[in-house]
Design a protein around this ligand. Sequence first.
Ligand code: I6G
Length: 674
Amino acid sequence: MLSISSMDEKAARAEIDRLRKEINYHNYRYYILDSPVVTDAEYDRLMKTLQDLEAAFPRLITPDSPTQRVGEKPLAAFGTLKHSIPMLSLGNAFSDEDAIEFDARIKRQANLPPGEKIEYVGEPKMDGLAVELVYEGGSFARGSTRGDGVIGEDVTQNLRTIRSVPLKLTGKAPPYLEVRGEVFLPLEAFRKINRERESKGEPLFANPRNAAAGSVRQLDPRTTASRPLDIFCYGLGLAEGVEIKTHFESLELIKSLGLKVNPFVRRLLGIEEALGYHREIEEKREGINYELDGVVLKVNSIALQERLGMLTRSPRWAVAYKFAPKQESTRVKDIAVGVGRTGALTPVALLEPVQVGGVTIERATLHNLDEVERKDVRPGDTVIVQRAGDVIPEVLTVIKEKRPSGAKEFRMPEECPECGSRVERVGAIHYCTGGLLCPAQLRESIRHFASKRAVDIEGMGDKHVEQFVEAGLLRDVADIYIELTPDNLRNLAKWKDKSISNLITAIERSKNPTLERLIYALGIKGVGERLAMVLAKHFGSIEDLMKANEEELINVPEIGPGTAKAVVDFFREPHNRQVIEKLRKAGVVFPKDQKVGGPLAGKFFLFTGALESFTRDEAKDLVISLGAEAAGSVSKKVDFVVAGAEPGSKYDKARELGLRIIDEGEFRRMVGRK
Ligand code: I6G
């Protein structure tokens, strides 16, 4: 290859094409076939050369280049995309009898003799998130979640980051193709993410499906890219110029285009073979590195599928035959009570360790007192526990026959088990009234304050926070900036120069949070990340937020009366005001006037086609009043293309560039005009 500096555009184009083909092939070998033919170092060299070339000739960058997987910018909100053909859900079967009835019903509806053997295709059913990928001219154009089946969320940016989603199809790609599949997280990755979240005091994902869904529905595609998501494709939506007679052929086609299809897919003749397939996959389940919740059986013949048609929300020609949930029985040694950040008390069953689906379970949440009473769980009871999804096990039922005599009903303590303060009941939940005097609440609120999505102090994991609170160093969050000095840390077990210096650097770095992170970090009841952002944009400074009364707060879009009251109560509390002052004195910078730019500050909008509720000028004025800019022509700097009826050539150009296209409904939601 010539050196980059001596290349003209023509030579660069040829070299870029060659490199892209080669890299796409290696991606296919690695991510789809799981059989790489180059070393990681060789692959990295190819990628680096392509990146250098594209940097030298930016005009040659296209959205389907392998360098373009991760977009730079987080989104303000997801747009929506309409599915050309509704994405249905599946009816369920829970037993062989159900599956046999499904087969019999098909024969009755299609007037086939009861003895006829129908050909099915069996596919493992992933516990993941259903998505649709759209390819235009063989390039990945956009992708969406199933949503309500008719309209899904536009998660294009995030799907692009999944390595097994090819940005360019191989082979003879149809001009327009919609492919459906299930995005999932391998179990190992799921457990690793939860371990990391636990160490940072972040809430855990309840199961791999939630983790996959949470990862795909991230506004910042870089977060999605950091999660090793995978996909298996299971069917076609609209497909131009594709003629197939069986479902199996459609899977073959999908595979031939370089997309990933589950290797356990199989043709099955008659329901008996299908039942055998279900048993076989259920046996294999524990050895598979992703979560399966059943198998899907589909009529193979498309002609027969068409004869059978649809029910309201699911096809008559397919069924999800679920696996038995993972359940075991064990004994409740005791019922303990945990205290969370808000002071909520949670009863937890402490169990004799038991293996459920390959995982040892020692605790199961009982949520609240009502739940304990409804199930009548008592210490000493033998219970059935179920691993719903993968992590949070639950007590399903008590085997009353095995209850030891004298087993006492559980009572919620009247005093907090951590600090002895009075316990108060609000609705179904019991709360400790000790506030930050309670070490558990203090610990949890500090963990929350320091967590990644709040002020993000790396290295302030659960164990460390506990150590600092126990050592009496931290009595509120502001003490992080005052008491965690090298001298104080040196006196604690296991703190060495290197770890001390890392923590001090992380603490220093956290002193300039954005206003929304700071509001979120304060841990006001009901104010999660989204509402923290809304409040930051609306009030622009902590002072103005502190001055707001309930009425003003209720008038802010998305803020309900409960949250408005919680915000006012929070800032009325003298201790909270003191902590804010103490944070300021300790050097934490409280940003001001974030609202000046408006909620859409820095965004570029482009309008094409006729809108129903605005003239073009009204729409432009509206985005400008919210801090955004109205672009006159299509370019990469445009963040949102608002497409009305009969959009013009700008629309086509925007699609070519892979820009985010939203419809009027989405635009209205974005600008708060519901
Ligand atoms: O949600 C689904 C997961 C897997 C499916 C599905 C599937 O096949 C393996 N197939 C269909 C037809 C539908 N949902 C509607």
